[in-house]
Design a protein around this ligand. Structure first.
Ligand code: SF4
Ligand code: SF4
Length: 232
């Protein structure tokens, strides 16, 4: 495995840590939590997988250090879709209306889902050939781009899809519910949608065994429903 996991050189934003540009006041617990997530998104986009230890921050919002450590583990993964979490749960267009403690809970639950999916993808379908990205590789690997799909991920930011695997594939039992949007989180995007943060690309983590409904979604559907997203 070549996932990067160092954390020694992560440097929190001085503004966030010191409360600068915030009327010189100490950031509240809520501000610190949101600041940590946004900082992590920026660090991941720069290619830094050295992620601050979120355990204390998330733990104090979610009451459990164990969940904080789980978040830390997930955020170190090169394919964790943190920018989608920020966009859909924290961004200006987010409609969740969740307070920080609830946001932290959603993040912790989503991290637990991600880790479980990640583990079972390798167990049942093998990391190296289940999708167009080598899930044993790192976030800087070359991506096959000779195709019409731009890997923008927009069409997979939905609350659920039909969990109909291609024959003779069978999914782990819980995948059917999670694909359908019946997982433990308030679903805003498919939990099988992974991210390449540095390239700002998104890909289906089970592309070669994804549901028939997803396989049937073709270029014409994309052009009609998401004009401008496909490569010409
Ligand atoms: S919206 Fe179109 S271009 Fe973007 S990921 Fe979906 S199919 Fe590909
Ligand atoms: S299973 Fe894959 S293709 Fe289907 S919605 Fe989820 S991420 Fe998209």
């Amino acid at each position: 495995m070549s996932r990067r996991s160092g954390c020694s050189n992560f440097r929190m934003s001085e503004d966030v840590l010191n409360g600068k540009n915030q009327d010189m006041t100490t950031p509240s617990r809520d501000e610190r939590f949101l600041g940590h997530i946004r900082e992590a998104v920026r660090e991941r986009r720069k290619g830094s997988h050295a992620i601050f230890d979120f355990s204390a921050t998330v733990g104090e919002n979610y009451e459990s250090k164990r969940y904080g450590l789980m978040v830390t583990w997930a955020l170190r993964d090169p394919f964790f879709p943190l920018s989608l979490f920020e966009k859909h749960y924290m961004g200006p267009s987010a409609e969740t209306g969740l307070k920080t403690a609830a946001l932290a809970q959603q993040l912790a639950l989503f991290c637990r889902m991600f880790i479980r999916i990640r583990t079972d993808i390798d167990r049942y379908f093998h990391n190296s050939d289940v999708t167009c990205i080598d899930l044993d590789g790192d976030g800087d690997q070359d991506v096959f781009r000779d195709q019409w799909c731009s890997l923008c991920g927009v069409c997979c930011q939905l609350t659920g899809t039909v969990p109909d695997p291609p024959r003779p594939v069978r999914y782990p039992g819980y995948w059917y519910a999670w694909l359908a949007g019946d997982g433990p989180v308030l679903q805003k995007f498919c939990p099988f949608l992974f991210e390449l943060p540095r390239k700002a690309l998104y890909f289906c983590a089970i592309h070669h065994v994804k549901p028939e409904t997803c396989r049937a979604y073709g270029r014409e559907d994309c052009l009609k429903n998401h004009p401008g997203m496909a490569r010409v």
